[in-house]
Structures are given as C-alpha cells and as structure tokens.
Design a binder for this molecule. Structure first.
Ligand SMILES: [Zn+2]
Ligand SMILES: [Zn+2]
Length: 371
C-alpha cells in the first residue's frame, strides 16, 4: 500500500514504451563525450535554454494558461511556436492541462500533485497515456485559432526545426550538447515548478494547495519559483510580488510592453499582496489538507499491516483467548468507524470553508475592491 497522501488512479501509470523517445534524448546527451563541446555548442546551449524557458514561462504559462496580458495575433503565434520548440507538447495541450492543475490543485484530479508521489509530479504524469488527451472545452478561448490547433496537433515541428538548425549551425556538437543538452535541462527545469515548487521553499500566502516560494527555482525558471504567490493570485503577469523577488520573464515582458508588443500586463493589487498571510495567522488550508491526507494514508497502512507485523493476528494468539480477540476486533472496528466519521466531518468543513472563501472573494470583486 502506498504512503502517498493521494492514491493515483489505476490509469495513472507511466507508459515506458511510448516514453522511449523522451528517455533516449537523455541518453543522447552522452553523445557529447564523442563530439566534444565546441564554443558554438556552448552558445547554442545557453541561448536555447534561456530563450525557450522564456517562451514556456511567459508564453505557454502566463499568456496561454492564465491570460495575464494581451498579445496581437502575430506575437501570439510567435509565443506558441517558441513554446513548442521546448518539446513539451503543443500550446493548447500545455495550457489546458495547466488550467486544470490550478482548478484541482493537490486533489485527486490534479494531474501532477506531489502528493501522488514526487517523481510522478516531476515527470511521471508527462509520460502517462491518459494525459496525452486534452479537452478543448478547457481552452475554448484559444482553441478557436486554427494556427494554435495546428501547432498543437503537429507538436514535433518546433523541436525538429530547432534540432536541425542546431546541427546546421554547430554540427554534431551543436546537436548533442547545444540542442539535446539544453532540451533535457529545460525539461527538468520546467518540471521543478510542478514537483519541487510544491515541496521546497516558504509559504507566504494561505492557499488551498501546497505551493511554495523558492529563489532557487525562480532562478532556474526565470521567475516561476514564486509559485505560492502565483497560486494565490494567478491573474498577475508578475510572479515576484516584491522588488527582491526577481522575475526575469516579467522584466522581459515589461520591456516588450514599452515597444508595444505586449499590452495590459496585469499586476497584483496592493491590498491582495498584504492579505491572507500565513505569518499573520491566516489558516493554511493547503498544508492542513496535505497533512490530513498523509495522516489518513498512514493510519490506513497501520491498520492493514500493523497486526501482521506485530504478530498479533497469529492463530495461536487468537485461539489462546477468544474473548480478548473479539474485544480487540470490536475496538478496531470502533476506531475505524470513528476515523471515517472524523474524516467526513473534516472534509465537509474544508469544503464549506473553501466555498465561503470563494464567495467572499466574488463579493469583493463585485464591490470592486480587488481590481
Ligand atoms: Zn499557473
Ligand atoms: Zn502549482
């Protein structure tokens, strides 16, 4: 039995066969030992890592998934194509799944909650057949653009173009180190936001998930490490809420806004930035839920295995005193039913509290306080 807070569904499994390409590219980086590392390959590596990270964070994430600023159709296509070169599937696939991550954060329906296992949240979910599908309903606003549907259907055009270009520019070294090397690092850098950013770092805001703020992840991902800020107020194009929270993707977007290529960059309102602080005593529902789920799983494990490991269920012992055995069984049942009732009460209270939070936020919005 698993000790994860949330049990994965039976169809949430890695398909090793269809993941062969993904794994092979990791192995191909080793080709660098044969090709050596040329100066051109190093430049390619650096440019391809940071430029594609920008397209993922500013394009796929902040624009397509969250609509935190506006773009013209040409720039929108450029962001979509740039994101597609990172080999993380197409823009509609990426953004629709990400919207669901926010909708169902750290529940059974979350595709990549670390509560289903750290490696699952990091890479397993990405290699699972079930998640190849995406629902057009989740991204109706962008699904209407034929060019975005095309890029999502033919999501290999981006990576292949960059791969071929890397070979033409830097030869074998350009391909193996510049392209494959930067692609692998880019995968894991991006994936850290789903895995590490939900387990490492600090929580400033009380949210219903386990998101955290980490400067290290913010460095690797050009600002995505301020993940607790982001879960708390997703509408903002800026994820570093304070001057010391560096957010390179945002600085570039800000720069592009001066020349008119980017418009209406959304900011977190001052009132939002100072509210809901864990430090000020706001109830941290996300962490409470996570601990509660873990405790429930641990108790269920003890009940399932505890008896055997302690040798308490051996026939000799049960036969020795049937009365004691019956009493013990009664107590076990009582504990189990109490636990189930308590679990239901807590789940109910949490659901009501979440609903209350939603309603009051809506009320505030209607009164025009938040925006
Ligand atoms: Zn997001
Ligand atoms: Zn998250």
């Amino acid at each position: 039995m698993s000790t994860h807070g949330i049990e994965r569904a039976p169809d949430e499994r890695v398909n090793w066969k269809t993941s062969a390409g993904f794994l092979a590219i990791h192995a191909l980086v080793l080709g660098t030992f044969f090709t050596g590392i040329s100066k051109t390959a190093v430049i390619l590596f650096v440019v391809l890592y940071w430029s594609r990270m920008f397209f993922i964070t500013a394009g796929y994430h902040r624009y397509f998934a969250h609509r935190s600023y506006k773009l013209g159709r040409g720039m929108q296509f450029l962001m979509a194509f740039g994101g597609a070169t990172a080999a993380q599937k197409g823009p509609l696939w990426w953004a629709s799944h990400h919207r669901n991550h926010h909708r169902y954060s750290d529940t059974e329906l979350d595709l990549h909650s670390p509560q289903k296992g750290f490696w699952w949240s990091h890479v397993g979910w990405f290699l699972c057949d079930k998640n190849n599908e995406w629902n057009a309903e989740d991204i109706r606003d962008f699904n209407k653009f034929p060019e975005l549907r095309f890029l999502t259907k033919h999501d290999m055009i981006g990576p292949w173009s960059v791969g071929i270009a890397s070979f033409l520019i830097g030869g074998w070294s350009g391909l193996f180190f510049g392209f494959f090397g930067s692609t692998v690092l880019l995968w894991h850098g991006t994936f850290f936001v789903n895995s590490l950013a939900h387990v490492m770092g600090r929580r400033r805001y009380a949210t219903t998930d386990t998101s955290r703020n980490s400067a290290i992840i913010a460095f690797i991902t050009m600002g995505e490490g301020w993940h607790n800020n982001h879960h708390y107020y997703q509408a903002s194009a800026r994820q570093g809420f304070f001057w010391w929270e560096f957010d390179v993707s945002y600085y570039i977007l800000k720069g592009l806004s001066y020349v008119g290529l980017v418009k209406d960059l959304k900011q977190p309102p001052a009132r939002v930035k100072t509210a809901a602080r864990v430090r000020d005593g706001s109830f941290d529902m996300g962490m409470f839920k996570a601990h509660w789920a873990k405790a429930g799983a641990a108790l269920a494990n003890v009940r399932a295995h505890g008896g055997q490991t302690a040798g308490l269920n051996t026939p000799d012992l049960l036969e020795a005193d049937p009365e004691l055995a019956t009493r013990r069984e009664q107590l076990e049942d009582l504990i189990a039913s109490n636990r189930a009732a308590l679990h239901d009460h807590v789940q109910n209270a949490l659901a009501h509290a979440e609903e209350l939070g939603r309603l009051s936020r809506r009320q505030e919005r209607q009164a025009g306080i938040t925006d």
